[in-house]
Design a protein around this ligand. Structure first.
Ligand SMILES: Nc1nc2c(ncn2[C@@H]2O[C@H](COP(=O)(O)OP(=O)(O)O)[C@@H](O)[C@H]2O)c(=O)[nH]1
Ligand SMILES: [Mg+2]
Length: 193
């Protein structure tokens, strides 16, 4: 699958602003700082389509991007310690509403730093996706931070921690582009369904 010209569509700050589209939607989720924006830029072949940040972001927006054959939804990151109970509740509500329209979601990519074991929030997310029977793939991000060997070992460890087979986890890097083709292949496959 070739991405020609990905563009930012709009942000939803409230559940009433969530959108549905007449093409497949792919959702990207994970804790803040996991590498969601970087992955979107990698797939788009653009440096600044999605804003990346070294400081964990506190955006509670769903950002929609038009990738031509599909729409990509960047979900608000979770696990940011410095948010209030109210903010956490608002995050939960917008996500519940987002995943409620599950027939509109072709696939979910759950991003998880290759060097880290899944957090409680990550495991809750996987439990949630499994419970709602929403198909997903884990992307082990920042693979450039590890040697090839260590990376393979960590993919197995991450898969194991999520209770998945190693082929449900793809190592990706925004720096080297590792995993880009595999992710695009997965997207092409789910869009063809
Ligand atoms: N080395 C490396 N750093 C990355 C990679 N992906 C993200 N980062 C860094 O991790 C931080 C958070 O990335 P970002 O994409 O903004 O994460 P988000 O909060 O999930 O959208 C930024 O400092 C990025 O430069 C990667 O593949 N390799
Ligand atoms: Mg981001």
């Amino acid at each position: 699958m070739q991405i020609k010209n990905a563009t930012f569509l709009t942000s939803a700050a409230h559940e009433s602003q969530l959108l549905t589209f007449d093409k497949p939607m792919i959702a990207v989720c994970g804790r803040s700082n996991a590498g969601k924006s970087t992955l979107i830029n990698l797939l788009a072949g653009q440096k600044h389509l999605a804003k990346t940040s070294a400081a964990p972001g506190r955006t509670r927006l769903v950002n929609y991007f038009d990738f031509g054959e599909f729409v990509l939804a960047d979900l608000p990151g979770y696990g940011y310690a410095a948010v209030s109970k109210q903010e956490k509740a608002a995050w939960g509500r917008i996500l519940d509403k987002f995943f409620e329209k599950k027939q509109a979601i072709a696939h979910v990519f759950l991003l998880s730093d290759i060097r880290r074991d899944p957090s409680e929030d990550d495991v809750s997310m996987v439990t949630y996706l499994n419970y709602h029977i929403i198909p997903f793939t884990v992307l082990a991000t920042k693979s450039d931070k590890l040697s090839r060997m260590k990376g393979k070992e960590r993919v197995r460890a991450v898969a194991n921690a999520y209770g998945l087979g190693a082929d449900n986890v793809i190592a990706v890097s925004g720096l080297t582009g590792e995993g880009k083709d595999a992710v695009l292949q997965k997207i092409a496959a789910v869009c063809a369904l």
